[in-house]
Ligand binder design. Structure first.
Ligand code: G3H
Ligand code: ZN
Length: 288
């Protein structure tokens, strides 16, 4: 039976695993990730930030996902990641996205609630099946290899009680929280505050699923602990970008190959290996 986007997250909650969101901006990346998802029979989320989908094209992203879904029978969730305005939400919805992340985390608390609630209502008018993610706290860093320390100040962390209030007042399906995570891979090993996550899980269970951004560079044992304590969606970007870039650079440096479908294969496979490891770690294999 085909599950709706919301039902995929409910299933992950019931069965205690996380679904990976893999960020993409090219058709090659989608193809490489699909190959692995099919092999592992895993549901998959493609995330496209505003910049990523401006490059790929919103209609093109939707059509590619529809084609792969038809061809493979595998469920695909297409998420408009870190969307900062209602206009950009509407653009994604009109193109056919089935998942929205509205990121009002830079706004003050009440304004974040007001705009997120507006987006939740807009999405519901498009389709009751669209899953909406809100965000609270401050996510430091950017999705790249950062050769310095990224400071995560105590005030960046999401307060569990405030997250519960935010969910109740906005009606979001998913809640992105900050528990020591940041975007990108910096020189410091991340240290997730699992106790704080557990407090959020106690308050949010059955109301919204919890999302971990900045999934790159977090040690496996901390990822496992986060899933045990309620994380149901994990976003990964930097590790995919680095695997693709480093392998492509090596191939281009070492060969005279000029045919794209030949010189791209190793980079796609290297990125696919990262996805393979993440799907196994997140526990979503055989859950499609
Ligand atoms: O929204 C996307 C992510 O949070 C990716 O973070 O680049 O640290 O893997 P990352
Ligand atoms: Zn993110």
């Amino acid at each position: 039976m085909n599950l709706s986007t919301k039902q995929h997250f409910q299933k992950a909650e019931r069965e205690g695993y996380a679904i990976g969101q893999f960020n993409v901006s090219t058709a090659d990346q989608i193809k490489a990730i699909m190959k692995v998802a099919v092999k592992l029979k895993s549901p998959v989320i493609f995330g496209t930030s505003e910049g990523e989908r401006d490059f790929l094209g919103v209609r093109e992203a939707v059509k590619l996902c529809e084609a792969y879904e038809e061809e493979t029978g595998l469920p695909i969730i297409l998420n408009a990641d870190h969307t900062k305005s209602a206009d950009k939400v509407e653009e994604a919805l009109k193109a056919g996205y089935n998942s929205i992340h509205f990121d009002g985390s830079e706004l003050d608390y009440e304004e974040n609630i007001k705009q997120t609630k507006y987006v939740v209502q807009m999405c519901a008018r498009f389709s009751p099946d669209i899953s909406v993610e809100g965000e609270l706290g401050h996510l430091a860093g950017v999705s790249k290899i950062i050769k310095e320390k990224v400071e995560i100040k105590p005030e960046y962390y999401t307060d569990p009680a405030q997250a519960a209030d935010f969910v109740a007042r906005t009606g979001v399906d998913r809640m992105a929280i900050i528990i020591g995570n940041s975007h990108g891979i910096s020189i410091d090993e991340p240290k997730l505050d699992i106790e704080r996550l557990a407090q959020s899980y106690t308050l949010l269970k059955g109301k919204a699923v919890i999302v971990l951004h900045g999934g790159s560079g977090i040690p496996d044992d901390q990822i496992q602990a986060s899933i045990q304590n309620g994380i149901r969606k994990i976003n990964v970007n930097t590790e995919l970008r680095a695997a693709f870039h480093d392998t492509l650079k090596k191939v281009l440096d070492e060969t005279d190959e000029t045919t794209p479908y030949k010189y791209l294969v190793s980079a796609m496979d290297a990125m696919g290996n990262v996805v393979d490891n993440k799907i196994m770690l997140f526990g979503s294999a055989n859950k499609a």
